[in-house]
Design a protein around this ligand. Structure first.
Ligand code: CP
Length: 327
């Protein structure tokens, strides 16, 4: 399902070479609606853009004159900064609005906020929102592209794209690769988008966690379920450790963090039982000592910072495709 990317952009190029595929979508709100071909096209476009970050002048003029509005109604470090940097590397200007300090505190709705910012003449929105489905509600109500930067417990498409990009970069393919996604599956938009994307590209997915954090309905997405991390350690090529999202818990879903960590935390003892070149991933932010110990997070099997680096190229690709791909 995956294919090698086309040759990288030349020094003066403003757009990637791999443009036989015609991008038709105005928005990127989730991986649910994307075909395998569209996902591969984003990955290939990202691969073309990777080279830009190695130049002494890290910029191409692809989106010169465009304005990207970053609306973050929920906290973020990685997603916000990499979208901001991605827009800058494409020569777009950015404006930023956070939930805190905006007129939403006076009762303005998200739709009114977005319409008002659109009226100022922006060319694309990147939106993070605590409400699942918020970007989907907005996409038909504004004329410019909407990119979902994470909506509630629903989807985080660019995180999954950068995770999948990293796996393809490290292993050369997604076809037949076995990926474990471990932890708080119930509250995780990262898990949901990863499962959707990985399955479309031919990977096998096993979700792992305590029964209270793994909804039984998840099997409908085509993945296996295990309630024992120890049982799957030597059966997978990739282990993606998820953060426990305490802020989304309505009640305690396991007896203690200590017990959770002893059963579902990745540590050097467990790593020794894994396949030799297993990839250890985490979307961030990490709770060190809970999902994984520092020696694993910073060790040779970890590609956590590589994920962050790749996020920049993936977000450049997404911004480029929704803004210019249809031209
Ligand atoms: N992975 C992720 O979405 O991180 P941030 O919340 O810091 O953006």
């Amino acid at each position: 399902m995956t294919k090698k990317a086309s040759s990288s952009s030349k020094e003066t190029d403003s757009k990637p070479d791999n443009d036989k595929f015609v991008w038709t979508r105005k928005d990127l709100v989730g991986l649910d609606e994307l075909s395998a071909e569209e996902i591969v096209h984003i990955l290939d476009t990202a691969q073309s853009f990777q080279e830009v970050s190695t130049r002494s002048i890290k910029k191409v003029p692809a989106l010169r004159g465009k304005v990207v509005a970053l609306l973050f109604f929920e906290d973020s470090t990685r997603t916000r900064m990499s979208f901001e940097l991605a827009a800058s590397r494409l020569s777009a200007d950015t404006v930023f609005l956070s939930g805190k300090g905006s007129s939403t505190s006076k009762g303005e709705t998200t739709l009114d906020t977005v319409r008002n910012v659109e009226a100022m003449g922006v060319d694309a929105f990147v939106i993070r929102h605590s409400q699942s489905g918020a970007p989907h509600l907005l996409q038909d109500k504004v004329n410019v592209p909407i990119i979902n930067a994470g909506d509630g417990q629903h989807e985080h498409p660019t995180q999954a794209l950068l995770d999948i990009f990293t796996i393809r970069q490290k292993l050369g393919t997604l076809e037949g690769v076995r990926v474990a996604i471990v932890g708080d599956i119930a509250h995780s938009r990262v898990a949901r988008s990863n499962i959707l994307g990985l399955k479309k590209l031919g990977a096998e997915v096993v979700v792992v966690g305590p029964p209270t954090l793994v909804p039984s309905t998840i099997t409908a997405m085509g993945c296996e379920v295990s309630n024992s991390l120890d049982d799957i350690l030597d059966q997978v090529d990739v282990i993606n450790m998820l953060r426990i999202q305490f802020e989304r818990f309505a009640s305690n879903l396991f007896p203690s963090v200590r017990e959770y960590s002893s059963l579902f935390g990745m540590n050097s003892k467990r790593l020794a039982k894994c396949r030799k070149n297993v990839l250890i991933m985490h979307p961030g932010p990490i709770n060190r000592g809970v999902e994984l110990t520092s020696d694993v997070a910073d060790g040779p099997n970890s590609c956590i910072l590589q994920q962050v680096t790749n996020g920049l190229a993936v977000r450049m690709a997404v911004l480029y495709l929704v803004s210019r791909g249809r031209e």
